[in-house]
Design a protein around this ligand. Structure first.
Ligand SMILES: NC(=O)c1ccc[n+]([C@@H]2O[C@H](COP(=O)([O-])OP(=O)(O)OC[C@H]3O[C@@H](n4cnc5c(N)ncnc54)[C@H](OP(=O)(O)O)[C@@H]3O)[C@@H](O)[C@H]2O)c1
Length: 197
């Protein structure tokens, strides 16, 4: 059950690039992740939960955009759903020969981000996993985060979202979902915007 919501289009609009001094729009880099109470992301190259409403949110947010992910996250997507449909899939691997039909392979995050930027995209979505989230936050290239906070902890988790400094982000609540037959755990989705120095 949804407890509160803000239209996603409005949130996406707020995420549109603002004109710079040269009037050339700068692409926003957005992280999308679901995390447990202890920043858990996954185990055995899988997610730790089944949250149908979060999958719907993810699909609506990222459709028609570039999605950038590590090779392990790409391979964690069930075969029938990969490449993620209606999105440009970009895989990051150290192996330049790594290929998958209808996907781009890049050997660095920089190169991966240059693809949507050169295509004039206003936003690109970094969708995991732990190694790539860490890279993006360490390189300080992230403008926004859409974080689903799952109301549970997962002691068996092996992969974690990097610790981030909450004081550097403006946080807006998007929606709350309570556990039901489609959503194994309750969760809250928040939109984070990096506070510019
Ligand atoms: N909860 C969530 O929102 C969420 C989202 C996504 C994924 N996940 C989970 O996260 C787990 C996967 O995450 P992960 O951290 O193990 O792997 P990952 O970040 O998805 O991918 C790691 C791979 O990315 C490539 N890579 C990493 N750093 C690189 C660099 N500097 N330059 C070039 N390539 C680089 C390497 O590929 P090669 O080995 O091919 O060189 C590396 O093995 C799974 O359990 C998945 O289910 C959770």
């Amino acid at each position: 059950m949804e407890l509160s919501s803000e239209p996603l289009e409005l949130i996406k609009e707020q995420g549109q690039a603002q004109p710079s001094e040269t009037d050339a729009p700068r692409m926003k880099v957005c992280i999308v992740a679901a995390i447990g109470e202890n920043l858990e992301l996954g185990k055995d190259n899988q997610l730790l939960w089944h949250l149908a409403e979060d999958m719907r949110f993810f699909k609506e947010l990222t459709s028609r955009h570039y999605v950038i992910m590590g090779r392990k996250s790409f391979e964690s997507i069930p075969k029938k759903y990969r490449p993620l449909p209606d999105r440009t899939n970009v895989i990051i691997s150290r192996d330049p020969e790594y290929m998958f039909e209808e996907c781009y392979t890049c050997t660095s995050l920089d190169e991966a981000l240059s693809l949507p930027a050169e295509n004039g995209e206003l936003a690109a979505f970094v969708i995991g996993g732990g190694e790539i989230f860490r890279l993006a936050l360490e390189q300080d290239v992230v403008d926004e985060m859409y974080l689903t906070h799952v109301n549970a902890s997962f002691p068996d988790a092996e992969i974690f979202f990097p610790a981030y400094d909450a004081s550097q982000w403006n946080k807006t609540h998007i929606k709350s979902i309570v556990a039901d037959s489609q959503n194994q755990f309750g969760f809250d989705i928040f939109h984070y915007e990096k506070i510019k120095a």
